[in-house]
Design a protein around this ligand. Sequence first.
Ligand code: BJ8
Length: 425
Amino acid sequence: MADYHEMWAGLGLDLKTHDMVLEIVGKAYQDIFLSQKNRPKGMSYFDFVVSEIHGLRIKEIMDAKAEGRKVIGTFCVFVPEELVLAVDAVCIGLCAGAELGFEEAEKYLPRNTCSLIKAAFGFKLAKVCPYIETTDLIVGENTCDGKKKAYESYKDIVGNLYVMDLPQMKSTEGRALLKAEYKRFAQKLEEISGKKITVESLKKGIEIANNKRKAINRMAALRSADPTPISGLDALLANQVFFYDDPVRFTGSVNAICDELEARNREGMGVAPKGSPRILLSGCPMAVPNWKVPYVIETSKAVIVGEEMCTGERGTQNLVNTKGNTVDELIDGIVDRYFQIDCAVFTPNPSRLEHIKKMVKEYKADGVIHYGLQFCQPYQMESKIVEKELEKAGVPTLLIETDYSQEDAGQLKTRIEAFVERIKS
Ligand code: BJ8
């Protein structure tokens, strides 16, 4: 990697801590990803992206800003990238997956706050996230109580927060609220970018986002083969990079990997022996560099074949209808797509159960591991319903509750190995 210290200093990062973070993440990446056997060659693209995640990508974003483009940071898959693209802005996911700056974060948040929220504060307060520092606008959303209340303090820390209200029920009123909020967001984007959203620009934004989803969904579908042609870790990585990369380049790279995976499937070539226990992961999102649970699973003689998560199929399923002659009609198409996202903040949330069961079937999963972050009420509460429903359908299910620390890795390994044995017997 080239020397980006000047750029990082310009963004106000704490260079010493940031160097340390890059070193730890680089080492973890080497141990977890580069040690895998039979990886698709196309994954070298993602190796490069990760090695430059705070380097070249940030430089690209800074160059875009110099050309007058705006940068929009997000924490939730409910924020429609299509609208961001329609004003030629850059959309970046800001969720973080490491225990960093938690002590500082706990000056603003109660200790019993989930790691995802704590990391959002921690990365900003420890001055280690160049993405946050490049943003012109950060979009928060009223989803779980934790996030909703945390944004009240977060706004003072970042100074450029915009909060989107979101429905909690899949009702007519809920849909109307989502549409009103997307229209308000569109207006905000026009205001900060100085660009008008037109039918043409919105159609283009929809097309770029649809193509990105099509590519990642194509990759997901190829994992139904036995042996599976790509590890769950690598597929998760693609889903994580989904939130950072240039969308058009990302689409091309994922499609190239899919061509390779198709050839692998034709030849019966996989990353684990045929007949390996197949796991579906379900639950809270996993942001970079949160790789603990998938690593434990895939070093326990099992292979992950799908993710029912926002860093997975919950975030990428369904496309936006491109038909529409007015901006309002196109926004309707956007609302139709996003309103189907079955996050656990919705009540009741039966479509998530149906989706999990559908994924079990499609990806021929032998069991489901439900990943819940400690102190995440929506997913922890719903995990019991998921377990009951799946066990009733004869699908072995394991509920895991964890955080971003590495302390429970040994204990998780014991439980996951026992679960894999249960599946095999
Ligand atoms: S659509 S999952 S990205 S809200 S883990 S902060 S729920 S206490 S992240 Fe999410 Fe949007 Fe839903 Fe997806 Fe709260 Fe739970 Fe923490 Fe969570």
